[in-house]
Design a protein around this ligand. Structure first.
Ligand code: GLC
Ligand code: CA
Length: 572
C-alpha cells in the first residue's frame, strides 16, 4: 500500500467488506486494488508459533502473534496449508479442504484468526491446493476401493500401464520430487491394476480437471473459505492443473532440468486460464476485493503475465526475479522485463525473494551464483546477510506488491546442516538425498529466550519439529527489537517508510538514473533508490537526504560512500 496508516482501504472490523471501490478515486493506486502494492507476509504454520508445546506450530500460535505482524507493517498474511492432511508433503497433500488438521487447531481457531487479523487491519490469504489431493482424500480412497470403472477414478488420472502385463508406466513423465510420475495400484482383488498420475509425491494424486465434478468441487471450496471471510487464495501449482491431451511422452530423462525453460505437457498449458476466469467471477461476487495469487513456475515472465490478465488472477509470483543473482546488470534486466511484461495486462509485478520451497536469500547470496534454489552450503554468512538486507530494500522500492517469508525479517539463514534423520521433505527421500533440501528454510522461528525452542513453543527446553541452531538465540525477535542495526528494525523502518512514501510500491515503472558498473539507481517521484552490488564501496554525489540504508553510509567531501553490497533509500 502506498497510503499512510489511516488508509481507508485497509480492512476494518468488518472483514473484507466495503473496503474498496468507493475509496478508489481518492486513494489513487491503492484504490485500484489493495493488492497492487501490498506487502504480504508468508506464514508457514508448522514453524511460526506453537501454542500447545507439541513442537508443531498451530493456528492459535499464529493468532497470538498477529500483533507482531501488524507492528512489522505488512498488509496481509498468507498462510501455507493448515487443512486436514497426513502431511506427506507438509500439508500440501490435502485430505479435506474444508477442515483444519487437528495438529493446527480447529475451524473455530481459523475463524478467530481471520477475525482478529481483520480487527488489526491485516488481510488473510489462504493456500489452495487444486492440482492434487492427498491419497487419503475420500474421493481417491473410494476410487481405489471401487476399482476400475468407478466414476471416482475419472476425477484423477488412472491409466492402464504399458508392456505385456501393464507393468510399465503409461508415459515417461517424471515426478518433480524424483522418480516416475506414476504409481501402480492394486485392484480390489489384490492383483496389480492401473496406474495413477502424481506430478509430486505418490501420496499426491493429480486431479483430472477435465472432469466437471472436480471443477464444481473447487468452486464450492472457494466459496467455503470466502464465506469464512478470507481475503484471497494463493494457488498452489497454478500452472499444473491442465495436462496436454493424450498425456504425450516428453522423451528423454532428467526432465526436471527442462522445467522452467520449456513448456511441459503438464505445466503452463493454455487450458488452465479458463479455470482462473471462472474463479475470478466468484472472487468478484464477494465484496472487498478478494484476490488470487498464482504460484506458477513458467519459462518466462511474459508467460507469467498470462495468469494476471484482467479477468484472471490478481498476482503471480515473479520467480524469475527470485532466481536472479546479486548482480546489478542482471537485476536491472529482470526488473525491466518484469515491468514491461505486466504493463500490457495492467497487473502489478509481485516480487519475492524467499519462500518455503527455496533456500533463503541470505544463504543464496552467501554462495557463488548459479547454484539454484536448493543450496547445501552456508557460504559466507556475513556477505549473504549484507546482500540480503540490500536485496530486500531494493525489492521494497520497486513498483508492485512484495512477499516476505517468515524469518527473513530476522535475517535468518537456511539451516544447511540438518541431520538426515530429522528431514521431512518428501523429495529428499525420493531423490535419494540428491535433492529436497527444503527443510532448511522451514526451521521454526526464534522469538525469545536463550534456550531452544526460543519462544517458538511455550516452554524452554520444549520440542520443535526441526531443531534450531544454537546461534539463533542471537537472532530472536526479542534480541533484535530496539537494536537499530538489526535486520528486524531494518524491515520495520522500511515498511513504515513504504507506507508513508506514496511513490514506493505505486505505479508500473521506474526511471533509471545514470550509474556505473555494479550500481543501480532509480527514481520514483520524490524517492531515489541506489544499489551497489559490487564488492567495493563506491562514492556518489548524494541525490538527496538518506531515508534508510542497509549498511552504514558515510559522507565524505560532500559525496556519499555507498558501501559494498548495500542499498540506500533517499528523499529527493
Ligand atoms: C508447491 C508448494 C510446495 C509443494 C508443491 C506440491 O510448489 O509450494 O511446497 O511441495 O507445490 O504441492
Ligand atoms: Ca502445536
Amino acid at each position: 500500500m502506498t497510503q499512510n496508516l489511516a488508509d481507508t482501504s485497509r480492512p476494518a472490523a468488518t472483514p473484507s467488506a466495503e473496503t474498496s471501490t468507493e475509496s478508489s478515486a481518492a486513494n489513487g493506486a491503492a484504490g485500484r486494488g489493495w493488492w497492487r502494492d501490498a506487502v504480504i507476509y508468508q506464514v508457514y504454520p508448522r514453524s511460526f508459533a506453537d501454542s500447545n508445546g507439541d513442537g508443531m506450530g498451530d493456528l492459535p500460535g499464529v493468532r497470538s502473534r498477529l500483533p507482531y505482524l501488524r507492528d512489522l507493517g505488512v498488509d496481509a498474511v498468507w498462510l501455507s496449508p493448515f487443512y486436514a492432511s497426513p502431511q506427506a508433503d507438509a500439508g500440501y497433500d490435502v485430505a479435506d479442504y474444508r477442515a483444519v488438521d487437528p495438529m493446527f487447531g480447529t475451524l473455530l481457531d481459523a475463524d478467530g484468526l481471520i477475525r482478529d487479523a481483520h480487527e488489526l487491519g491485516l488481510r488473510i490469504i489462504v493456500d489452495l491446493v487444486p492440482n492434487h489431493s492427498s491419497d487419503q482424500h475420500e474421493w481417491f480412497q473410494r476410487a481405489l476401493r471401487e476399482g476400475p470403472g468407478s466414476p471416482l477414478r475419472e476425477r484423477y488420472h488412472f491409466r492402464p500401464g504399458k508392456g505385456e502385463d501393464g507393468e510399465l508406466p503409461p508415459n515417461d513423465w517424471e515426478s518433480i520430487f524424483g522418480g516416475p510420475a506414476w504409481t501402480r495400484t492394486e485392484d480390489p482383488d489384490g492383483t496389480p491394476g492401473d496406474w495413477y498420475l502424481h506430478l509430486f509425491a505418490p501420496e499426491q494424486p493429480d486431479f483430472n480437471w477435465e472432469n466437471p465434478a472436480v471443477a464444481d468441487e473447487f468452486r464450492s471450496i472457494l466459496r467455503f473459505w470466502l464465506d469464512m471471510g478470507v481475503d484471497g487464495f494463493r494457488i498452489d501449482v497454478a500452472h499444473g492443473m491442465v495436462k496436454a491431451p493424450g498425456l504425450p511422452d516428453i522423451g528423454g530423462h532428467d526432465q526436471l532440468k527442462l522445467l522452467g525453460n520449456d513448456v511441459m505437457p503438464f505445466f503452463d498449458q493454455d487450458g488452465v486460464h479458463a479455470i482462473y476466469r471462472a474463479w475470478r467471477e466468484i472472487l468478484d461476487e464477494y465484496p472487498g476485493q478478494r484476490i488470487g495469487v498464482a504460484e506458477a513456475w513458467t519459462p518466462t515472465v511474459q508467460r507469467t503475465a498470462n495468469y494476471v490478465r484482467p479477468d484472471e488472477l490478481h498476482q503471480a509470483f515473479n520467480f524469475q526475479y527470485l532466481g536472479t543473482s546479486w548482480d546489478a546488470a542482471e537485476l536491472r534486466e529482470v526488473i525491466d522485463l518484469s515491468l514491461d511484461s505486466m504493463r500490457p495486462v495492467d497487473a502489478p509485478t509481485t516480487w519475492v525473494l524467499s519462500n518455503h520451497d527455496v533456500t533463503r536469500h541470505a544463504t543464496r547470496f552467501a554462495n557463488e551464483p548459479g547454484l539454484g534454489t536448493q543450496i547445501r552450503t552456508p557460504g559466507d554468512r556475513e556477505l549473504g546477510l549484507r546482500r540480503a538486507r540490500a536485496a530486500t530494500l531494493l525489492m521494497l522500492a520497486l513498483p508492485g506488491s512484495a512477499y516476505v517469508y517468515q524469518g527473513e525479517e530476522l535475517g535468518l539463514p537456511d539451516v544447511t546442516d540438518l541431520p538426515d534423520e530429522v528431514r521431512q521433505d518428501p523429495s529428499f527421500f525420493r531423490a535419494e538425498g540428491q535433492d529436497g533440501f527444503r527443510d532448511g528454510c522451514r526451521v521454526p522461528i526464534p522469538w525469545s529466550g536463550t534456550e531452544a525452542p526460543y519462544g517458538f513453543g511455550p516452554t524452554a527446553g520444549g520440542p520443535s519439529w526441526l531443531p534450531q541452531p544454537a546461534e539463533w538465540a542471537e537472532l530472536s525477535v526479542e534480541v533484535q527489537t530496539g537494536d537499530p542495526t538489526s535486520t528486524l528494525e531494518l524491515y520495520r523502518s522500511a515498511l513504515t517508510i513504504r507506507r508513508e512514501q506514496a511513490d514506493l510500491g505505486a505505479g508500473g515503472s521506474v526511471e533509471w538514473l545514470e550509474t556505473g558498473e555494479h550500481l543501480l539507481s532509480f527514481r520514483r517521484g520524490s524517492f531515489v533508490c541506489t544499489v551497489n552490488t559490487g564488492a567495493e564501496p563506491v562514492r556518489i554525489a548524494a541525490p538527496g537526504r538518506i531515508l534508510l540504508s542497509s549498511a552504514e553510509a558515510v559522507a565524505v567531501d560532500g559525496e556519499t560512500v555507498l558501501p559494498a553490497d548495500s542499498t540506500i533509500w533517499w528523499a529527493v
